[in-house]
Each structure stands twice: as C-alpha cells, then as structure tokens.
Design a protein. Structure first.
Length: 94
C-alpha cells in the first residue's frame, strides 16, 4: 500500500509540474500581455456597470414609492366632494 501512495505522489507531482510548465508557456505566449490588459479593462467596466445597475434599482424603488403616493392622493381627492361655487348676492340697482 505504501508503494501505491508513492505512485500517487509521483503522479500528482508530475501533474503539478506539467501545470506549472503550461502556465509558464501561456504567460510567455505572444499577445498574452494584450489579453491580460483586455481582461483588466473588462473587469473595470463590469464593476462600473454593476454600480450603475444598483443605482437604477434605487431609482426604481423611489418611483414605485412615488406612484403609490400619487395613487393615494388621487383617491383622496376623488372621494372628497367639493362644495359648489357660491353665487354672488344680487346687488342693488342704482
């Protein structure tokens, strides 16, 4: 059984070494600096977009609140009847 764990370590060690070599080669590949710069700018743009969307959510909540207030005010003004306009008393003729 000890022999199998040594083989596992060897296999894992070889996989780790191969992964390190692959990452090193990927980093040295031509055009990789442009790809990394693009990834960085994309991340910044996504962060900014997220902030804007959160701002829109706050505005939507405010609009919903105002719509409720307008609806409540509309109900109140519709239910209260206004008194009819008073007529001016007749004036004496000279």
């Amino acid at each position: 059984m000890a022999k199998q764990s040594d083989n596992d370590k060897d296999l894992l060690t070889r996989l780790a070494d191969a992964g390190e070599v692959a990452l090193r080669r990927l980093g040295e590949a031509p055009g990789m600096d442009r790809a990394l710069a693009y990834a960085r700018t994309t991340r910044k743009q996504i962060d900014e977009l997220t902030k804007r969307v959160q701002g829109i959510s706050a505005l939507e909540a405010r609009i919903a609140k105002l719509e409720k207030q307008v609806a409540a005010l509309s109900k109140d003004s519709g239910s209260s009847k206004r008194s009819p306009a008073r007529k001016a008393p007749p004036t004496a003729a000279p």
